[in-house]
Structure formats: structure tokens, C-alpha cells
Design a binder for this molecule. Structure first.
Ligand SMILES: Cc1cc2nc3c(=O)[nH]c(=O)nc-3n(C[C@H](O)[C@H](O)[C@H](O)COP(=O)(O)O)c2cc1C
Length: 171
């Protein structure tokens, strides 16, 4: 699929079928994340693959946005590995880094016919605790991954994007 067509066709899937994600496809999408750029190549990302019934149930108890997926990726970063901007106090790259990794994963998933939904509606710290993440890892987002249910469809926001004139300024 052409990249342009891919980004046009991707949408947030909010209803998944029971069809499991093949291990090869899961590896492919994780590999796309591995190749993502990170600040100073620090690669602070950590991705937790939730697939056991127990882990999925736990995630469902933490957020209403699992949408029936049987695979959920929890994206975090290690705050001891992120880049700290020496020119601006408090500006660190962890959230940027893990977001680029997650974007690679999301787009490669779409390329392989898989649906995803980027989700940040969850209690970050409580989720990190619930899954036993080390204290220096911050959970940023989770992403249900799977095959869209036959009746899944993009929600109206998918086709509502601001024109470039509102979001891009030439200086
Ligand atoms: C940073 C971010 C956080 C989001 N969090 C959630 C979420 O918690 N739950 C959810 O159902 N969708 C979530 N979404 C999906 C957005 O609502 C969706 O991308 C947007 O409405 C555009 O629709 P589309 O992805 O179908 O094009 C999130 C998307 C982004 C980029």
C-alpha cells in the first residue's frame, strides 16, 4: 500500500473481532517500533505485550478503551534513559520517543491489515503499578491491536481535520 493511502485509511478501531494477531505480525509491528528514531538514539521505550486473559482483564478494569482486543501494547519509557535537554530545564524526550515508536507500530499494523487505537485514557501510575513496571518507567499510552470487527467503522472525527491554513504557519 502507498504510504499516502495507508495514512488515509488508518482509523482508530473501537471494536475488535476475536481473531488473534499472528505472532509473525506482532513481531513485524514491534520491529517497526524498534527502528524508530529516538533522541540521541537513547531508546528509552519499553513495550509490554498484554495477551494473557488475566492481563487483558486487568487492563479492562483500568480503562474502558480495550474495545475487545485480545492483544494490548502498553508503551512506557525509562526516565533514566531519556534525553534531557541541557538548554531547557524540564524538557525530556521520553514522551516524544515513545510516541514515535508507537506511531511506527500503529502504521505498520495498518500496513499489515491490523487495527489499533492509540489510548491515553487510563490512570498512568496505577497502571504501571498494576503491571509491576519498575519505578523508573512511566506509562504513556496503551494500544489495543487486532482485527477490526466486521461492523467496525471510523467515528466522525476521523474525517474532520483542520485545514493546513489553521495548523501550519510559514514564518
Ligand atoms: C494522544 C492520543 C490519545 C488518544 N486517546 C484515546 C483514548 O484514550 N481512547 C480512545 O478511544 N481513543 C483515543 N484516541 C483516538 C482519537 O480519538 C482519534 O485518533 C481521533 O479522534 C481521530 O480519529 P481517527 O484516529 O479515527 O482518525 C487518542 C488519540 C491520540 C493521538
Amino acid at each position: 500500500m502507498e504510504f499516502r493511502e495507508l495514512v488515509g485509511r488508518r482509523y482508530s478501531v473501537k471494536k475488535f473481532s476475536d481473531r488473534p494477531v499472528e505472532a509473525e505480525k506482532l513481531n513485524e509491528i514491534l520491529e517497526a517500533g524498534r527502528l524508530a528514531p529516538t533522541a540521541k538514539n537513547s531508546q528509552p521505550q519499553r513495550i509490554y505485550v498484554l495477551q494473557s486473559a488475566e492481563a487483558i482483564k486487568k487492563m479492562e478494569e483500568l480503562s474502558p478503551c480495550v474495545y475487545g482486543a485480545k492483544t494490548v501494547l502498553l508503551f512506557a519509557y525509562n526516565e533514566n534513559e531519556e534525553f534531557r535537554n541541557p538548554l531547557e530545564k524540564g524538557i525530556h524526550s521520553g514522551v516524544e520517543d515513545v510516541s514515535i515508536v508507537a506511531t511506527h507500530v500503529m502504521l505498520r499494523a495498518a500496513d499489515l491489515g491490523l487495527g489499533t487505537c492509540w489510548c491515553n485514557f487510563f490512570p498512568n501510575s496505577r497502571t504501571a503499578q498494576a503491571f509491576g513496571l519498575p519505578p523508573d518507567e512511566k506509562a504513556v499510552l496503551f494500544m489495543p491491536v487486532g482485527y477490526a470487527a466486521p461492523d467496525a467503522a471510523p467515528l466522525p472525527p476521523h474525517s474532520s481535520r483542520k485545514p493546513l491554513s489553521e495548523t501550519v504557519k510559514y514564518l
